[in-house]
Structure formats: C-alpha cells, structure tokens
Design a protein around this ligand. Structure first.
Ligand code: URA
Length: 243
C-alpha cells in the first residue's frame, strides 16, 4: 500500500500543477470513492482508492518505462532551447519526472530508455556495472581483423582513455568504396565512445544506431521516432541484468 497526498497524486499524474490541483479540489472537481474531496492534503491509497477528476478515473502510476527508437535530430535531454528533445516525442507520457537513461548523440538513432525510475537508471549507468550496449554502425573506412583484435584487447582511444575490451563484429566491407558495416558491444558509456574508438583508428562513423542496452532489445517494429511502453517482463529482465 502506498499513501500519497492528494495534490501530489494528481500533479504526478499530469492533471495540473500542485496549485492548479488545489484549486480543482476546492471547486469540487475531484472525487475519491464517489465522495467529493475536501482537502488537498488528504492521503490516498494508490492501490485501492478510486480517484476521479471531472468524473474521469485517474489511476496512479509510480513508474513509467518507455522504449524509444530515437530518430536523428533530437537531443537526449528533458528540455532544450534549440532542439526537440526525446521527451517531446513521448506524447502518451503521464508522469512529469521522466528522463532519458543516458545519452545518445543528436545524430545517433536507436534504443533509448525513458523512465522516472531513478534507481534503475543509476544501476544501468553505473560504471561499476558494465552494462553491455550493442551498436550497429556504418564506417567510412575498411575495418579489418586487426581492428577486431585491437578492440578486444582494449583500444587506446587517447592518452587519457583506454577503452575496456569491446566486441567488434564485421558485417560487411566494401573495399572499393572503403565503407564497412559493423556491430560493436561496449561495456562502458563514455562521451562519444563509439565515434572516438573509430577515430582512434583513423576512421569515421557515418551512421550509428543502438540496438540493445543490457537485457533490453530495440523493438524492430518501432520506426524512428516511435515508442512503446516496456512490458512487465522487459522491466523485470532489465532490473535483473544489472544486479
Ligand atoms: N557512442 C557515440 O559515439 N555516440 C553515441 O551516441 C553513443 C555511443
């Protein structure tokens, strides 16, 4: 059982700000179990109380979890003065405290988890947990077996950063156009990590897409910009993979 103040309950669920909600309560627009609510500081049981705003039931959701297939051109932030953010894409959101778990660069596409579960986010991003991230990339350059070995050994990215061993798979190489397609699994999440790893080999990433984070796989039916809620099973497996 979780007891929550009525004004917080309704504000968390996006009915209005705390002060707007207080006004709605004063005006008698909120009912609890068919009785008009009188006090904004009334404690509600989120499991059993039936709360309605203008007659429409508002059930409480403590956590929300969405997977977004991030398109290029939006930033991984909660707000931005210049660009659309990944949160702008989640039209169905209820909670106001959602945030993206980690960052993808503005031009990177693919799997991004959006939630308000701070504990899970912390676990997934903790450098100590080494949660696997799988990327697909197109590379301007010819990727060879010697790169695979260098990545596996722990690549020296620059004087201050040696990457942890990473699993590089060559999907295709076009020697005439000097282009390669690869998949790469990294166990850390440094700034521009994948791009910097290839730059250290004098190559450029021309397209980057994240396919997996820990136990969470990008749903291939989601087009860029589309999202869906995680299933209970996905949430469970994600929590287990970083414990
Ligand atoms: N590595 C990068 O270089 N960019 C990303 O967006 C993610 C990983």
């Amino acid at each position: 059982m979780a007891l929550i103040r009525a004004d917080k309950y309704l504000a968390d669920m996006g009915v209005g700000t705390r002060s707007e909600v207080k006004e709605y309560i004063k005006k008698g627009r909120v009912t609890v179990n068919d009785t008009v609510m009188k006090m904004a500081d009334m404690k509600l049981d989120s499991d059993t109380d039936i709360v309605c705003f203008d007659g429409v039931p508002v059930s409480y959701m403590e956590y929300e979890y969405y997977m977004l297939n991030k398109p290029a051109g939006v930033v991984s932030a909660t707000e931005d003065k210049r660009y659309a953010t990944v949160l702008d894409l989640i039209a169905a959101k209820t909670r106001r405290d959602l945030f993206p778990v980690g960052r993808l660069d503005k031009d990177t596409q693919g799997l991004l988890l959006i939630t308000n579960d701070g504990e899970l986010a912390h676990e997934l991003l903790s450098p100590k947990k080494h949660v696997d991230k799988l990327y697909y990339a197109r590379i301007d350059g010819v990727v060879t077996q010697s790169h695979v070995e260098a990545f596996r050994a722990g690549l020296f990215v620059d004087e201050t950063f040696r990457a942890m061993p990473a699993n590089l798979t060559i999907l295709s190489v076009n020697e005439t156009e000097r282009m390669s397609e690869i998949e790469l699994t990294v166990r850390e999440g440094k700034f521009h990590q994948v791009k910097r790893m290839f730059e250290a080999c004098n190559m450029r990433v021309t397209f980057l897409k994240r396919l997996r984070m820990g136990a969470l796989l990008l749903d291939t039916t989601l087009k860029p910009g589309e999202y869906r809620m995680l299933t209970k099973d996905e949430i469970q497996r994600l929590k287990e993979c970083c414990h």
